[in-house]
Design a protein around this ligand. Sequence first.
Ligand code: ADE
Length: 293
Amino acid sequence: MRFDIITIFPGFFAGFFEHGIVRRAQADGLVHVGVHDLRAFAHDRHRTVDDRPFGGGEGMVLKPEPLAAALESLGVQRKESRKPEESSEHEQTRTRTILLSAQGRPWMQSTAREFARMDRVILICGRYEGVDERINELYCDGEVSIGDYVLSGGELAAAVVMDTVMRLVPGVLGNEASGEFESFGAEDAAITVDETGIPRSQHGSGGLLDYPHYTRPAEFQGLTTPEVLLNGDHREIRRWRREQQLRKTLANRPDLLDHAALSEEDKRLLAALGWPHRGGRQGGWPKGDRRQG
Ligand code: ADE
């Protein structure tokens, strides 16, 4: 799989590519990345990539000409001149050209899974107040936002998109299954129930958040690991983990429960916890939470 990033800060990605899974995916030849400096496609003396917005208003807008030149240099054609089999709707075309912006569609694990099936993803990092809309209209298959907040540019968002996609590319994670069983894991809204009636999601799939994890030492700063995890009764462990998933999801992301696949037992437990009337607080940390940042 190949990523191409168009940015005015090519140096931004240096550290990102040097660590962990992202580095290994490239070293193993499973993922290739090209970073392209937008200024190289601006041909005036000052290599100008931005200009004032028509109609007035704050800030500057990325000009269309350098972006179009950068895209065409990567072989991205205008949408209207793509052959039908190259149109973004066509299953055979496994290329996506995406504009990163706060106005985009929300990036989700399910989108990351869809992109992991592509051969090539081209990411345009917006800057300043925005990008001339004609670039979106002429070349982009979609606009992506990583959350309801405004970044100073699309670079961080591009890193998020690449990280979430790369780890789903077959062969990148050591343990193929580990991408499936985590928060928002495969089949977000589907779980199977084992013979004991406990939903089979070992980790956080089934549209729920993941359960809490513990490792050695069994006691740390006076806090002990829940006894159930130490006694080796796997049925009990599964039951405990499922309950923890439900509790955490209710506390932190009650909205997910509306679409999660829930067993009757899940619903009974949630009802005992006050669901659906008592979800967690949305849009803020609970009072008294002293988390930094
Ligand atoms: N650029 C600015 N804010 C953004 C966001 N939330 N997601 C993607 N790109 C952005």
